[in-house]
Design a protein around this ligand. Sequence first.
Ligand code: C2E
Ligand code: CA
Ligand code: CA
Ligand code: CA
Length: 275
Amino acid sequence: AKDALTQTVCFYEVSMDEAARSRRLIANDLWQAVERKELQLHYQVQKAVTSGETIGYEVLLRWHHPLRGKIPPGDFIPIAEECGAILPIGEWVLREACREAATWNNDHKIAVNLSPIQLGNADVADLVHRVLLETGLNPRRLELEITESTIIADKERALQTLRRIKAFGVTIAIDDFGTGYSSLETLRAFPFDKIKLDRSFMSEVEASPEAKAIIRAILALGQTLRVPVLAEGVETSNQLAILLDEGCDEAQGYFLGRPMPVESIRTSVEASKAA
Ligand code: C2E
Ligand code: CA
Ligand code: CA
Ligand code: CA
């Protein structure tokens, strides 16, 4: 029994070592990923529930590692945040997304995720300003998605930075609302333009009356605050029908469109112009 225990402990330590080693290797490679052009952006459509019109696209980062293949953002963004590589990576994402959107012949918005580390960095408002000038994108077409946890870290500073960014005309969405660090106080204190309802509510809405009640409450909150609500993770026509019924403003999810490489987006933009 003692041997078995020792073995278990050793195995555990080895696998912890492996995990730490793997994180270090990934961190190393992350610093070079931008230069080596291994990063790519995918675009996922966001639509108005009632009219079905396209409002814009959320930009989602993809990494094609030369040896490890595709690494999902959930696996590498926490490492990028930990090692600081999120700053050059986040800058690349912002510039690339704004440059792309500036070439579109429409007023679709581009929604870019902003990491807490970026928001905690004093220069992010300057960066946004610079990128808007460089790309010529109308600031009203840029939306930044931030999670509430982002704000908690250094409230005053985050608030100042957000105010500066909003003064350019850029809008701010709260991401993953209803989970984690959610607080009504945050909603009150911060200048948000949109609430993104976390996708966990959508996945439960059909089976759970509680999930539906919470969605209703958040929609009412949005109405009171005069802030539109976007439901994430809409995967079925029935879920979309429920949102229509409940008066939800906007939706995003596999049912409306998967995240796609930029070529597909350009094609659908052309197609809707021709129609
Ligand atoms: P998020 O901001 O909440 O992005 C939405 C995630 O839900 C995306 O995962 C998207 O592919 C996925 N999704 C969209 N529709 C559906 C659906 O109908 N069903 C299900 N099950 N999933 C859906 P993805 O692309 O793996 O990104 C994961 C997270 O990584 C994002 O969550 C975001 O927090 C982070 N992330 C992605 N790109 C960036 C980036 O450029 N910068 C930063 N800082 N974070 C990013
Ligand atoms: Ca997001
Ligand atoms: Ca989200
Ligand atoms: Ca998320």
